[in-house]
Design a protein around this ligand. Structure first.
Ligand SMILES: [Zn+2]
Length: 284
């Protein structure tokens, strides 16, 4: 497992930054590498830990899930571990990452993107019911990322970190299997602002983003088909509004896809040919 660590000459908190928990997401890993290339231990208070590629098998397979067992690592961090959880390679990896790194950190930030199949509105998120400090850190990430109240999903790394009492943030940027240089720069800026707010480095912390957070969750499709969207990322929609149409291979409409709640469109498919159960949007 590639591990980056920088221990400052002065004491301070320990921040863990993770990327590549899904193997087809690239801005997070690149931003973590860039951050470590810039950090000077002489100017650092506390310890910075980085796992730029947390899921090496999935990374090398350029896949969201691990080729070893077909499992999504980011649904396997349950605490306490579920019975039989150390049975598969991904479950063992989840256990090892959580036990080794979360116990050592005060703050954890998990960087994602939409992956090969999805494109996300950039989001910087925290969990409900935690301390205000996590919200402040997320709102300080920078104006390129929209504030986001992350849904509670058991097994997700940042959610389970939050549940163990850590300040836990999660972020999303773009996707489609590409690396957006603006995303790398925005993530790196956001991480540096977190270091400033935690007192780990001295610099301008930037402004807090006061926009109301995106809430809600993913919406999945029950039907297969070619999806032609009727909305754009970031567009506000009403409950029941048409998001797009699903077509069969002859061009006949199979299904109208409508918003299950009101909010902003925060994700859309990149891989347009959908299967039942695929994520079709994130509205919140
Ligand atoms: Zn992801």
């Amino acid at each position: 497992l590639p591990v980056l660590a920088a221990r400052g000459v002065q004491t301070g908190p320990t921040l863990l930054v993770t990327g590549g928990i899904h193997g087809d997401e690239y801005e997070g890993p690149a931003a973590i590498q860039a951050l470590f290339n810039q950090v000077e231990a002489a100017q650092l208070c506390g310890t910075l830990l980085g796992l730029p590629v947390a899921n090496v098998a999935a990374w090398e397979a350029r896949s969201r899930v691990s080729p070893a067992d077909g499992l999504d690592l980011n649904r396997l961090f349950h605490r306490p571990a579920q019975p039989g959880q150390s049975q598969s390679p991904s479950q063992a990896l989840a256990e090892a990452i959580f036990e080794t790194f979360i116990s050592r950190c005060d703050v954890s930030i998990d960087l994602h993107s939409g992956g090969a199949r999805l494109v996300h509105l950039p989001l910087a998120g925290w969990y409900a019911g935690g301390s205000d400090e996590a919200e402040q850190l997320a709102r300080g990430f920078g104006p390129a990322l929209h504030p986001w109240l992350v849904p509670d999903v058991p097994g997700v790394f940042s959610y389970e970190s939050h549940r163990t009492g850590k300040l836990a943030l999660g972020a999303e940027w773009g996707g489609g299997g590409r690396l957006d240089p603006v995303g790398v720069e925005s993530y790196e800026t956001g991480l540096r602002r977190v270091l400033v707010r935690l007192g780990m480095i001295a610099a301008d912390p930037g402004e807090l983003d006061t926009r109301p957070p995106i809430r809600g969750d993913y919406q999945v499709t029950k039907m297969a088909g070619l999806f032609i969207p009727a909305v754009r990322l970031g567009q506000p929609v009403e409950l029941g509004e048409l998001l797009g149409l699903l077509y069969d291979s002859l061009g006949l409409v199979i299904s109208e896809v409508r918003a299950v709640r009101a909010g902003l469109v925060a994700a859309l498919p990149h891989l347009a040919l959908l299967r039942p159960g695929d994520r079709i949007t994130y509205i919140g």
